[in-house]
Design a protein around this ligand. Structure first.
Ligand SMILES: Nc1ncnc2c1ncn2[C@@H]1O[C@H](COP(=O)(O)OP(=O)(O)OP(=O)(O)O)[C@@H](O)[C@H]1O
Ligand SMILES: [Mg+2]
Length: 271
């Protein structure tokens, strides 16, 4: 992370969501490892786990207990954000954990109007304490995913290199337009992240060409290659930078973090 520009005192907190309605495309892996890469570069990071599966919380060593204060209580506005924040073993990274309560929250609140901005309202105090807030939504188009997009200013789409990828991407674009038009005009698609990338396959290369054709080169984030170390690390409650910092998975996430951090300037210029 050597040549990363530090955030300045005046830099606004960035609210980033890694979203895709496709399951298993590498969202949580990206959230955890980008968070750690940014923390290693000196940024204060808050991860918000919005997925009832609680994979981000589990990857950081927290089991999704329903009695612990968690993001469901924050969304329901029963507690303030700081009551649910956990310090992780990784310096500079805090977590608002998920729990299975999120499923109940979703069932009860999806039918009520105006719930989409609850996350936005409640995590706004994060501006005082963090440089970056990274949100991990579930893979379904639901109140929880929409809330995760409404609360963000930047969305990155991790895109698994398979033949249905482009179809899912079109649906995500429609969702982003809907969020832009209805709740959050500030949300911007900042990049598409090819995941499970294999440079030797025509499929990976073909999908990347299509992304560049449709979205332009600047939206094409560095790819994350398939790397077994990335799949093994969460089993040890470690990020790739703890588990195997010399792996190609660590290299790829370092590059991706640099891309995201360096997009900050252009982001501010647009803002
Ligand atoms: N680049 C990679 N190489 C190898 N395995 C990976 C890679 N990225 C993710 N994985 C593994 O693939 C599985 C799915 O990844 P992950 O949980 O990050 O996806 P997700 O999009 O968050 O899934 P969900 O939609 O269920 O939330 C996990 O077992 C993860 O460890
Ligand atoms: Mg996930």
């Amino acid at each position: 992370m050597g040549n990363t520009k530090p955030f300045t005192q005046e830099s606004p907190t960035r609210f980033i969501t890694f979203a895709n309605r496709k399951g298993g495309c590498g969202k949580t892996t990206t959230v955890i490892n980008i968070a750690h890469a940014m923390a290693l570069a000196g940024h204060r990071v808050l991860i918000v786990d919005m997925d009832p599966q609680a994979h981000a919380s589990l990857s950081l060593g927290f089991s999704p207990e329903t009695d612990r204060m968690n993001v469901a209580h924050v969304l329901a506005k029963e507690i303030t954000m700081d009551k649910a924040v956990l310090n992780t073993h990784l310096g500079n990274i805090d977590l608002i954990p998920a729990s299975r309560d999120l499923t109940q929250y979703e069932i009860h609140h999806s039918v009520k109007e105006g719930q989409e901005t609850n996350l936005t309202d409640t995590i706004t105090t994060a501006r005082e304490r963090y440089d970056v807030v990274i949100i991990d939504p579930p893979p379904t188009v639901s109140l929880l995913m929409i809330s995760s997009l409404v609360a963000a200013t930047e969305v990155y789409i991790p895109l698994q290199m398979n033949f249905l990828a482009m179809e899912g991407l079109a649906e995500m674009m429609r969702l982003i337009y809907l969020v832009n038009a209805t709740w959050n005009p500030d949300l911007r698609l900042q990049g598409i992240v090819p995941t499970f990338f294999n440079k030797n396959t025509r499929l990976s290369k073909g999908i990347c060409r299509e992304i560049i054709h449709n979205f332009g080169k600047e939206k094409m984030a560095p790819a994350v290659r398939t790397n077994i170390k990335l799949a093994e690390a969460p089993g040890y409650k470690q990020t790739i930078f703890e588990f195997d910092p010399k792996s190609i998975g660590a290299d790829d996430y370092r590059k991706l973090a640099r891309f995201i951090l360096n997009s900050h300037e252009s982001f501010e210029n647009h803002g």
